[in-house]
Design a binder for this molecule. Structure first.
Ligand SMILES: Nc1ncnc2c1ncn2[C@@H]1O[C@H](COP(=O)(O)OP(=O)(O)O)[C@@H](O)[C@H]1O
Ligand SMILES: [Mg+2]
Length: 267
């Protein structure tokens, strides 16, 4: 049966829910990151559909979340917010858009991963599974000792995790930073650690998905990551390695070529 919240009007919305919506609307309106050309309400409705709002409320009730502030990043398929958890500690809240997402593209990164059984048939369920997958991937990487944002909680299309940076400012990515030999060494060491210890490949690795912090780099955006038993795992690994080799070469840092690194990681 289709979910009953689809297309329902707002008249039966709870007080709490409408208060939350108003608050989010205000925070979005004040937000300088919001695209100027967009129809604000429409964009909001895309993110905060009724079930997303209810999920935000449930996270608040569970004390996984206390506050949700402005948008840190507004991508095509997800938005990342700065918030506070139940204890007032900064968290990043990644909300996957249900309507805008091209869920078919994600299928290949779910099918073939033995952690997930039957494939969902609709975009909503696919996004929920994707959110859970990103949470699990972060957990696995964290357990293996790879530095990623620590996952705190997830519900439906919402993922709550450690905030990397000095809120409301996220840490700069490699793409936005100077990088050095240490970052270069770290990158391939980390790809190897993910493969060997977490038995996982990031599968969307690039300079845009690594933060550079004073305490060293932090890998993030792990929704695509699959286990090394996935039939395409080695192809994804090859692509990740090639992306990083290309990025560092562009910045004047060279060493082994992609094939040599791949051999090094697989051995
Ligand atoms: N844990 C985090 N802490 C702080 N900022 C974050 C965090 N996760 C994501 N962001 C911000 O959101 C941006 C996009 O996040 P990402 O997970 O890469 O989403 P997308 O799937 O849209 O690429 C990052 O470049 C960063 O600015
Ligand atoms: Mg990203």
């Amino acid at each position: 049966m289709a979910e009953s919240d689809e297309g329902s009007n707002e008249s039966d919305e709870s007080d709490e829910s409408s208060k939350m919506r108003e608050k989010l609307l205000r925070s979005e309106r004040d937000n300088r990151y919001l695209r100027k050309d967009s129809d604000q309400r429409k964009v909001l409705e895309e993110v905060f559909d009724r079930s997303t709002l209810l999920a935000v409320e449930a996270l608040i009730a569970r004390k996984d979340l206390r506050e949700l502030y402005g948008v840190v990043n507004s991508g095509k398929e997800a938005r990342v917010y700065y918030g506070l958890d139940g204890e007032g500690i900064p968290v990043a809240v990644k909300i996957y858009l249900i309507s805008a997402s091209d869920f078919r593209k994600r299928m290949g990164y779910i099918a073939g991963d033995r952690r997930f059984g039957k494939l969902p048939s609709g975009s909503r369920d696919t996004i929920y599974l994707w959110t859970r997958k990103e949470f699990k991937n972060l957990q696995l990487a964290d357990y293996a000792g790879v530095r990623v944002p620590k996952p705190h909680a997830f519900l439906k299309n919402i993922l709550v995790m450690e905030y990397i940076g000095a809120p409301p400012q996220p840490a700069p990515t490699f793409a936005e930073s100077e990088v050095d030999d240490e970052d270069y060494e770290w990158s391939f060491k980390t790809i190897r650690a993910l493969w060997k210890k977490a038995k996982m490949v990031h599968a969307d690795l690039s300079e845009f998905n690594v933060f550079k912090t004073a305490k060293g780099p932090v890998l993030f955006d792990m929704g695509s990551a699959v286990l090394s038993s996935h039939p395409q795992a080695e192809d994804y690994l090859r692509r990740d390695v090639a992306n990083m080799v290309r990025f560092f070469r562009k910045r004047g840092i060279t060493g082994k070529d992609s094939d040599e690194w791949l051999g090094e990681i697989l051995k």
